[in-house]
Design a protein around this ligand. Structure first.
Ligand SMILES: Cc1cc2nc3c(=O)[nH]c(=O)nc-3n(C[C@H](O)[C@H](O)[C@H](O)COP(=O)(O)OP(=O)(O)OC[C@H]3O[C@@H](n4cnc5c(N)ncnc54)[C@H](O)[C@@H]3O)c2cc1C
Length: 448
């Protein structure tokens, strides 16, 4: 087998997969290098298992809130078996065969630059004019004395559990801590969530954090907000965390959900003259790192979502094919798949104000504004907030907490992306009765 190829993709998570498939489809002789499993973190230990595990709990919640129904049984062995099916029993042999059948050369092993245009893997030296780095990210582990000795879970252990823990302390009140905390609570674990910031989901509008905190507390999750952990220890089958105010909390497990660290070590970046920053590998708007090198996905530190990395993969392949393409991150949706879902897109009111934009906002309580929440469930809640630019009379941000918010946020995504004017939006009919109608009610309240 020749060591020459037209393109090499290092890392076969969802993002590297998009790049390799497109490059191959564009007729480039492509090598795909993967050290673990094709499908990456997302396919086996993140997006796919977490959404699969959350679904039965969501169905139970829906049944409890629907008139005339009550919570169905939750049979953990069947939930776990379906999760195992969805993560392919941690076996990617069908993916390897599929790529090879399509003409992509798959190399299993650690890929590492060995100078410009050269990548070493499994004792072979591959040469090319184009390298795409898609090595993803690992859980970021905080530097807490005693934590390593006490032992902890990351998303990997939490998403592949076979036994439900009695109790767990979760560090981190971002999407991962919230989703996994709610899943575990609803399957019977005693959950305590510790968050250093004063609110959950601190990058979103403050109201989002309040609504989700109310929801989690109502389910019996203990929240410690504005709390930092100063030490950890273990003994007698329990792990204990000590907070800065002297409080001690203990549980059978500890889950670390305090963000992601880009996988930039041992991939030979120094041999191509690249120094990553703490967020990841710096890229330009075409995802270029340097001559003949592109980086995409979590390793870049740009909004670590699968859909962002896949978008970057499409930009990179267009650039390699000589088509003009530039990444625009102004309308990237963000979703937390808790129940009710949280979704947001564009700027928050604070971010817009910091940029000097003349901001106008409106918030509607879904149950007051539209009919759908009442046909959907008893005692409905949830809110939609919109952020507009007074001068351009366009939508620049939105957030929503409510059933299926991750689906209907796309209305705002498209409006922001296309810079559709408020007058166009208010003259666009939304189907009755749906959550999408709430946008029209919010737009009516804007003081423009
Ligand atoms: C619990 C959890 C839930 C999430 N849920 C969602 C969600 O619902 N929606 C969403 O959009 N995002 C979600 N995310 C984020 C999402 O998982 C990441 O954004 C996504 O996995 C990034 O894809 P990637 O291909 O860049 O990296 P990864 O999925 O990390 O894949 C990178 C691949 O590169 C390989 N690799 C690394 N170094 C080398 C090397 N030197 N040589 C060869 N191979 C290498 C790795 O083995 C891996 O297979 C979630 C994250 C977590 C932790």
């Amino acid at each position: 087998m020749s060591g020459q190829c037209d393109a090499i993709v290092i890392g076969a998570g969802p993002v590297g997969e998009v790049a390799a498939s497109r490059l191959n489809r564009d007729g480039l002789n492509t090598a795909l290098v993967e050290r673990e499993l094709i499908g990456g973190e997302c396919g086996y230990w993140a997006c796919i298992p977490s959404k699969t595990l959350l679904r039965p709990a969501e169905v139970r919640g829906e049944a409890e809130r629907t008139a005339g129904t009550s919570a169905p049984d939750q049979r953990w062995p069947e939930v776990a078996a379906y999760r195992d099916f969805m993560i392919r029993h941690l076996d990617d042999s069908a993916q390897v065969t599929g790529y090879e059948r399509d003409g992509v050369r798959v190399y299993k092993g650690d890929g590492r630059h060995a100078g410009p245009g050269r990548v070493e893997v499994a004792g072979e030296l591959l040469e090319t004019r184009r390298v795409v780095i898609a090595t993803g990210s690992d859980a970021r582990i905080p530097d807490i004395p005693g934590l390593a000795e006490a032992g902890y879970w990351t998303n990997r252990e939490a998403t592949t559990i076979q036994e439900i823990p009695d109790s767990i302390l979760i560090l981190g009140g971002g999407p991962v801590g919230i989703e996994l905390g709610q899943f575990l609570r609803r399957i019977g674990t005693d959950v305590t969530l510790i968050q250093a910031a004063e609110r959950l989901l601190p990058r979103e509008d403050p109201r989002v954090g309040e609504l989700i905190a109310e929801q989690l507390r109502s389910e019996g999750i203990a929240l410690h907000l504005g709390a930092s952990v100063v030490s950890a220890s273990a003994g007698a089958g329990r792990r204990t965390l000590t907070l800065a105010d002297g409080q001690t909390l203990s549980a059978t497990e500890v889950l670390i959900a305090t963000g992601r660290a880009p996988r930039v070590n041992d991939i030979g970046l120094e041999t191509i003259g690249i120094t990553p920053d703490p967020r990841g590998i710096p890229i330009d708007e075409r995802c270029r790192v340097t001559d003949g090198v592109w980086a995409i996905g979590d390793v870049t530190g740009v909004m670590p979502f699968t859909h962002v990395g896949m978008y970057q993969g499409r930009i990179t392949c267009a650039d390699i094919a000589g088509r003009a393409a530039r990444a625009d991150y102004s309308a990237i949706p963000r979703v937390v798949f808790c129940d009710p879902e949280v979704a947001a897109v564009g700027l928050s009111a604070d971010q817009a104000t910091e940029r000097g934009i003349a901001v106008r906002t409106a918030t509607v309580a879904l149950a007051d504004a539209i009919a759908r929440p009442w046909t959907y469930q008893k005692d409905p809640g949830g809110e939609l907030g919109i952020i507009a630019d007074r001068d351009s009379r366009t939508l620049i941000g939105a957030w929503a907490v409510g059933p299926l918010a991750g689906e209907w946020i796309h209305y705002a995504t498209l409006a922001i992306k296309t810079r559709a004017g408020i007058d166009v939006l208010s003259d666009t009919v939304a189907q009755f009765p749906t959550y999408t109608e709430a946008y029209l009610k919010a737009i009516e309240q804007l003081d423009l």
